[in-house]
Design a protein around this ligand. Structure first.
Ligand code: ASP
Length: 421
């Protein structure tokens, strides 16, 4: 096992987890055994990844920014990052809209199935709606207000406050650039060492990754809904998966065009992060590994990755925005609604904003979908339609989210002369 590359080990862990989960579903008390004795190890694995995310952002962003030496470099990198992120997100929504209009998966759902699904998943859908309502009730500038924490220690205690910690780190890093070199040195050195410790922690956690994903997938399999539901929602799932896959091709092509990195090298470099994204359904939990792979296998300088990736994990979710477009139009189709061109353009805008606002945790995209549906006048009850298959599709869209962040970090690095290859 020692010489096998990490991504293969993770892959083997995933496959064995699925096989074990399927086998145990046929054994009496098998699912209970998995819930009681296997799932906790998956939870421990995800928790240990999440545990690293916050200190990693704090340490690497402060160090990364203070290393920049001058502010103009930061604003150059910042504006490039945001522009490329927005462009890829809009492109993803357009891919989603084109596919869902061409394939029209909503037409394959019979009215009877639709009513059954809505009845069965009404409760779960309502919970997501309630979560979304809290966001909608806030004023238009609330998202901006939320970025600035009133207390950094308070903010750093919750992973969902990542944007606040990013804000503080950038703020702190800028101040560190602006004070005299001699005064800044001890603080910089502290964050330098702090960073090395965190990177070591990532190594430790990654040793357990194959076992962690085994536990996660085995428990997902025994908890997943019946295969009949997948069949009913098959066309929707296929449409979305094609879109997510196309988006990954887009990244491969862009990376190849602008950085000359070969498709296989790119995929090989980022694959452990993709596999973890799939297993954990969380860009935030995957962040430590994404950073590690981008720096050590794809040649992106720490200066760029430590800035671009934490921001990307929180605001750049191309998989999520594509999903929101496909899901919204799919729900409209099943209700026999014809969406005008204007409404669909409205979806481009809201899906882009909703994906920026979505937290990098499982199922966040679905909460934000409520906003897209509401804006486009599509019945929110339709959420119940896609509820059953949301988790596996969340796993897939998280792969696209993470790949997009990595690709953009390479483009920004290239444009700043910070890509080694
Ligand atoms: N799970 C996704 C992520 O963390 C967000 C979502 O689409 O639900 O990237």
């Amino acid at each position: 096992m020692k010489n096998i590359a990490l991504h293969w080990k993770i892959m083997i862990g995933m496959i064995l987890g699925v096989i074990f989960g399927i086998a145990m579903s046929y054994v009496k008390h098998g699912p209970d055994f998995i819930s009681d004795w296997i799932k906790p190890f998956g939870t421990i694995f995800i928790n240990s990844l999440k545990l690293i995310a916050m200190p990693l952002i704090l340490g690497s962003l402060i160090k990364g920014i203070s290393d920049l030496k001058d502010i103009s470099k930061l604003s150059k990198m910042g504006s490039r990052t945001i522009i490329i992120y927005i462009c890829t997100t809009v492109f993803a929504v357009l891919i989603g809209l084109s596919l869902v209009n061409a394939i029209t998966p909503g037409n394959s759902i019979k009215e009877e199935t639709r009513n059954d699904l809505i009845l069965a998943y009404e409760e779960g859908a309502r919970l997501k709606q309630n979560a979304a309502e809290e966001q909608i009730e806030a004023g238009p500038l609330q998202a901006l207000v939320d970025i600035v924490p009133e207390n950094i220690f308070d903010a750093a205690t919750e992973n969902k406050n990542m944007l606040q910690v990013i804000f503080f780190s950038i703020f702190f890093g800028i101040a560190l650039i602006l004070i005299p070199e001699g005064k800044a040195r001890p603080v910089k050195e502290f964050f330098d060492s702090f960073n090395s410790v965190i990177l070591k922690l990532i190594d430790f956690v990654m040793i357990t990754a194959p076992y962690g994903v085994f536990a996660l997938l085995a428990s997902l399999v025994v908890e997943s809904p019946s295969i009949d539901l997948f069949k009913a929602l098959g066309m929707y799932a296929i449409t979305l998966i094609i879109g997510l896959f196309l988006m990954i091709i887009v990244y491969i092509v862009i990376v190849n065009l602008f950085t000359n990195v070969k498709p296989l090298s790119f995929i090989k470099g980022i694959s452990p992060a993709q596999l973890l994204a799939f297993s954990t359904s969380s860009s935030a939990a995957t962040l430590p590994v994404t950073m590690d792979r981008v720096e050590n296998n794809l040649g992106v300088d720490k200066e760029v990755s430590s800035f671009v990736l934490p921001i990307g994990a929180t605001i750049n979710m191309d998989g999520t925005s594509l999903y929101q477009a496909v899901a919204a139009v799919f729900i409209a189709q099943t209700f026999g609604m014809d969406l005008s061109f204007g409404t669909q353009m409205g979806i481009v805008l809201t899906a882009t904003l909703a994906s920026i606002g979505a937290a990098a945790v499982p199922s966040a995209g679905m909460v934000m979908l409520v906003i897209v549906l509401g804006q486009a006048g599509i019945p929110e009850a339709g959420l119940a339609l896609i509820f059953a298959v949301d988790r596996p599709l969340d796993m897939c869209r998280t792969i696209t989210n993470v790949t997009g962040d990595a690709a953009v970090s390479m483009l920004v690095a290239k444009s700043m002369g910070k890509l080694k290859n």
